[in-house]
Every structure is written in structure tokens, then in C-alpha cells.
Design a protein around this ligand. Structure first.
Ligand SMILES: Nc1ncnc2c1ncn2[C@@H]1O[C@H](COP(=O)(O)OP(=O)(O)OP(=O)(O)O)[C@@H](O)[C@H]1O
Length: 578
């Protein structure tokens, strides 16, 4: 079921793998040659023991040594080249997937707000890239030649072949047994370690609150409890890994001695030459090396397998955006009809059958108590949350008919909690544009009354900010956020609690910006608690419990509310209402 759900994502991953097929083929060919060259040592031993020692010819020994030196040099060169090619394979796979994974991750974050997605996806991509550069991946190319090397040992003597084969099978059996016995512990240890890491990150993000509210003792105790809970599983894993390592090492060393012992017995019986005995021991080492490597590095391989599935699921959940025909920049005509929205992952609608229209030059305020659905409406209007019913049309086109980035450029959005990015103030205002338009940056800052405030900073527009705002106060961050919303002359401006952190000057500048937008034929929506923010609004919509309870010219809606309120208060005083 899981594979069906993530099939399209896995197809994308397979397409990335197919793109490096040529490079992988060359690694395969190199591996073939390398495994043929693996016979160099055994053949040399055969020649030395069975020919040179018998004939006593120093010239033959010198010639053989020169040949062997050349062949080992070739092996070294090919092995190095193989490693270099794999590094390029990893680079290309990452290059092909990175943007797509990051895009899917951003969309996942916008919809679910879950930070775990982000960490998980980047970690998965990194573990895929890493496994491609590990020797264990090259061992996969070598292990296919193991049967050929074992067959050569059967040619020396069937018993030698049988011993090597059963030795290899014993190594694999020990590892499979270990894997089966530790699988559940490994999963729970991994999950607990991951949860502990997330906990620590959340604490770090909230470090200021933790310190200010004297929570460090209880926060650390909470984290410690989780970390202690993970210890037994981690200890069991480490003990098992140690035991497994010790058993496989002992088994491998015993196999080497057993091979020489069996060889010696066969030599004594005259069924094998001394050269073949030594050559068999070398061949066995070579044949079992990739198996040992794969056994030793099993965990990164399993991790990469899990990453492959996780990335497949992420890509399937957020498929590539279909190419859309470029629509002309819209006019500020907004038509929202019977809008119904269910937050991602929820079952209940938080907006129901909400309708309104906005024309160029109009500004509408949206008020309502906490939890009424104001921010939800902003998320729907910006196209961040998918709608469950009804429609939103901007200049006649549904939001998903626009290219998401083009739609974003046509809109200005000031969220309730302004998030800034690592970068300069200018880059932040220019929405991280690689080639910001300086004049437009300054114009947007002026409209948001942020220009003078920015100039007073030591580096002005080049002051570096961090995601948490850096050196800016809450009100300054909100002004920079407003300037960013106004950058690029948007046709529709959506402001969520825009004056929450503004002083009088800031509030006045905000109202001036709304006036300017209206005069330029743009539309503005202000979602607010505080009346100061809706001063410039012509229309007012009241939301309550996700439902529109009033809509009309601002003053008449307010008047109606006041009348209702007065009647309500009078009725309550007179005991008319329960
Ligand atoms: N990410 C979310 N997932 C699920 N439900 C959500 C999510 N965000 C908000 N809600 C729910 O949607 C409803 C409307 O919330 P919303 O944030 O839109 O209210 P609001 O009017 O903006 O409130 P406030 O004035 O306090 O900001 C609330 O009942 C809230 O619990």
C-alpha cells in the first residue's frame, strides 16, 4: 500500500538513477577488469611456488615480479578511478534531486508547518549521497564476481571451493541473524534518538523563553528523561554490534587458517600443489572481501534504503507542479465564493461558505474573535492551503491556474509572525531575489516607513539579519516585513494583524501605504483585532467560528455591531437573555 502511494515519487528517484546509468556502467566495467586482475596474486603465487622454486630461475622471478608490479599498479589506478566516478555519481544524483526535494519540502512545510519534514528530507538526501561514496557501494559491484572467484577455487580442488563457499554462507548467515535479532531494537533506538534530537532543537529555538521563565531545570529534566529512556536500546545495539563484529572477525580468521590447513592436507595427500594452496587462500580473501564489507557497513545501506522510501513518499505527496501557461499580471479583482477550508490533516472545516468580492481600489477589513478563521482565510487567499470547496478567483482565474511564483509576486503578504531570512535587509525586502532592484527595495521601504529606520542602522540596507530578526526589534521586523510585502508593486495586499507591533508612526505609515495602494487601483485585505488597522478599509467582513456573520460598508457593519452589542447588553441587564 505504501509503495502504491509513493510510486510516482519512487519513479522520480529511479529517473535520477537512470540519468547516471552511463557512469554506473563504466564502474561495472572497471569492476570486471579489477576482478580479473584479482587473479594476479594467486597466479603469481602459483608461478613462484610451482615454477620458480622448482626451476630456481631468478630471471623468471624478476620477470614475474615486474609483471605483477605493473598489474597491481593498474589495479590501483582502476580502483582510484572507480572511487572518483562514484563521487561524481553521488554529485549528479544530488544535483538532480536537490532542488526537487527542497521544493517538495518547502511545500510540505507550508501545508503542515511540520519542521520534521524538512530535517528528515535533507537527512535522507544526504544519506543517499553518502552511501554512494562509501566503499560498500563499490562492494556491490565486486560481489557479483564472487561466484567466479569461488568457481576458480573449485577448479583448484572441490574441497577448497566448498570450504570457501560454506565460509561465505556462514558469514552471511551470522549477519542476517544479527540483523533479524536487532531490527526492532535498532528501530526503537533510532526513533528515540531522533525524538531526543528534535526535543533539543525545539528547546534551543525557544532558549529565550526557557531562560526568561526559569524553565531550564524542568526542560532539561524532560529532555534527560527521554534521553535516558533511549539508553537501554542504544546500549543493547552497541553490545550486539560488538558481538557481531567479534564473531565475524574470529570466523574470518579461522576460515583463513582452515583454508591453509585444508590445503596443507591436500598437498600432503598429493591432491594439490603448494602454489595452489597459497593461491586459494588469497582468492578466498578476495572473494569474501566484498561480503565482509557489505556486512560491516550494513547500517548505512539500510539507512539509505529507508531514505529512498521516505524521499519517494515526500515526492509523491508533493508532485512536480505542472507547467502553467503564463497569465498576464492580474488586475485587483478578487472573487471568493462559498470558500470552505479544512486545515491539512484535520477533519473539520475552519472556514465555511465564505463569500465576498473586492474591486480595484477597495480595501476590506476582516475582524473576528481569536480562532474565527482570519489567518486561515489569509492562507487560502495566498494559495498556501488548498481549499476544500467553493472558489477563489483573482482577475477571473483560479489561484492554481497561476504559476505559484508568479502568483506570489502579484501578491503582498504580511504574516502574523514575520519570519526573516539570513541575509541583508535589502535581500529580505527583495524576497531573496538574486538581483534585487535597489530602487524598488528603497521604494517599498519608504512606503512601509522603514527607510529612515533602516538608514539609522550601522550598515543600512546591508545590515545582516537572521531568521529571528537579528538586531531588529519586533516593530522594526514588522516594518521590514511590510516593506517585503510591498516589494514589486503587488496587486493584492494581505495583511494579517499588521499593526500588532507598530507604534503610532508605524500605524500611520501602514494606513498611508493602504491609501496609496487603493489610489493605485490595487486591493487590500486587512485581518485584524485592533480597530486602528481597519481605518482605511471601505468594507468590513466579520468572521465567527469560520462563518461570515456580516459583510458590508465598514461603518454600517460597525454600527450594526454596536447596535447589536447595545441591545445585547440591555437585554442581559434586563435578564432577557440567559
Ligand atoms: N495549522 C493548523 N492546523 C489545524 N487547525 C488549525 C491550524 N491553524 C489554525 N487552526 C484552527 O483553525 C481555526 C481558525 O484559526 P485561525 O488561526 O485562522 O484564527 P484567527 O481568526 O486568525 O485567530 P487569531 O486572531 O487568534 O489569530 C482555529 O480553530 C484553529 O484551531
Amino acid at each position: 500500500m505504501r509503495s502504491a502511494a509513493s510510486a510516482s515519487g519512487l519513479d522520480e528517484l529511479r529517473a535520477a538513477r537512470s540519468a547516471v546509468r552511463g557512469l554506473l556502467l563504466s564502474v561495472f566495467v572497471f569492476s570486471l577488469v579489477l576482478n580479473l586482475l584479482a587473479f594476479t596474486g594467486p597466479i603469481f603465487m602459483l608461478q613462484v611456488y610451482d615454477r620458480v622454486l622448482g626451476s630456481g630461475s631468478e630471471e623468471t622471478l624478476a620477470a614475474l615480479l615486474a609483471l605483477v608490479a605493473f598489474l597491481f599498479l593498474m589495479m590501483g589506478v582502476l580502483d582510484h578511478a572507480r572511487g572518483r566516478i562514484m563521487a561524481r555519481v553521488a554529485e549528479q544524483v544530488q544535483d538532480r534531486l536537490e532542488t526537487r526535494v527542497l521544493g517538495a519540502m518547502l511545500r510540505a512545510g507550508a501545508v503542515s508547518g511540520e519542521r520534521g519534514w524538512a530535517d528528515g528530507a535533507l537527512h535522507s538526501l544526504d544519506s543517499l549521497r553518502r552511501v554512494l561514496t562509501l566503499p560498500v557501494f563499490l562492494a556491490v559491484f565486486d560481489v557479483v564476481w564472487t561466484p567466479a572467484l569461488l568457481a576458480a577455487m573449485f577448479v583448484f580442488h572441490p574441497w577448497m571451493g566448498a570450504l570457501a563457499l560454506s565460509g561465505g554462507l556462514a558469514l552471511v548467515a551470522v549477519s542476517l541473524l544479527n540483523h533479524v535479532r536487532t531490527r526492532k531494537t535498532a528501530q526503537s533506538a533510532g526513533a528515540l534518538a531522533e525524538a531526543g534530537r528534535r526535543d533539543a532543537e525545539h528547546l534551543y529555538d525557544a532558549a529565550e523563553t526557557v531562560a526568561a521563565l526559569g524553565m531550564s531545570g524542568s526542560a532539561l529534566a524532560r529532555w534527560r528523561a527521554r534521553s535516558t529512556a533511549a539508553m537501554p536500546a542504544l546500549r543493547a545495539m552497541s553490545d550486539r554490534a560488538g558481538l557481531h563484529g567479534a564473531v565475524t572477525r574470529a570466523l574470518r580468521m579461522f576460515l583463513q587458517s582452515a583454508m591453509l590447513g585444508l590445503g596443507a592436507l591436500l598437498v600432503l595427500r598429493g591432491e594439490l600443489t603448494a602454489g595452489a594452496m597459497v593461491a586459494s587462500a588469497i582468492l578466498m580473501g578476495r572473494a569474501l572481501a566484498p561480503i565482509e564489507l557489505m556486512i560491516g557497513q550494513w547500517e548505512p545501506v539500510m539507512q539509505a534504503r529507508r531514505s529512498w522510501s521516505a524521499l519517494g513518499a515526500l515526492l509523491a505527496a508533493h508532485p512536480p507542479q505542472p507547467p502553467r501557461i503564463a497569465l498576464p499580471r492580474p488586475d485587483a479583482v478578487l472573487d471568493v465564493h462559498h470558500l470552505t477550508l479544512v486545515p491539512p490533516g484535520e477533519t473539520h472545516a475552519t472556514l465555511r461558505l465564505v463569500s465576498f468580492k473586492l474591486q480595484p481600489g477597495q480595501a476590506m477589513g476582516v475582524i473576528g474573535p481569536s480562532g474565527a478563521g482570519k489567518t486561515t482565510l489569509a492562507r487560502a487567499l495566498t494559495g498556501v492551503w488548498p481549499i476544500a470547496g467553493g472558489h477563489i478567483r483573482l482577475d477571473g482565474a483560479a489561484l492554481d491556474q497561476y504559476d505559484p511564483d508568479a502568483l506570489g509576486r502579484a501578491m503582498g503578504y504580511l504574516p502574523q509572525r514575520v519570519a526573516l531570512f539570513d541575509g541583508t535587509i535589502a535581500e529580505n525586502i527583495a524576497r531573496l531575489d538574486a538581483t534585487p532592484d535597489a530602487a524598488a527595495v528603497v521604494a517599498a521601504a519608504r512606503k512601509a516607513a522603514a527607510h529612515d529606520m533602516i538608514l539609522k542602522l550601522p550598515q543600512g540596507y546591508d545590515t545582516r539579519l537572521s531568521a529571528a530578526g537579528g538586531c531588529l526589534s519586533g516593530g522594526q521586523m514588522q516594518r521590514v516585513g511590510l516593506a517585503r510585502a510591498l516589494y514589486g508593486d503587488p496587486v493584492l495586499l494581505i495583511l494579517d494583524e499588521p499593526n500588532a507591533n507598530l507604534d503610532n508612526d508605524g500605524s500611520e505609515a501602514l494606513n498611508a501605504a493602504i491609501r496609496e495602494m487603493k489610489a493605485a487601483g490595487k486591493a487590500v485585505i486587512v485581518l485584524a483585532h485592533r480597530p486602528g488597522a481597519i481605518m482605511e478599509c471601505d468594507l468590513l467582513m466579520v468572521l465567527d467560528g469560520g462563518v461570515r456573520t456580516a459583510l458590508g460598508p465598514r461603518d454600517s457593519v460597525l454600527e450594526h455591531m454596536v447596535t447589536n452589542h447595545t441591545q445585547l447588553a440591555t437585554a442581559t441587564r434586563q435578564g432577557g437573555l440567559v
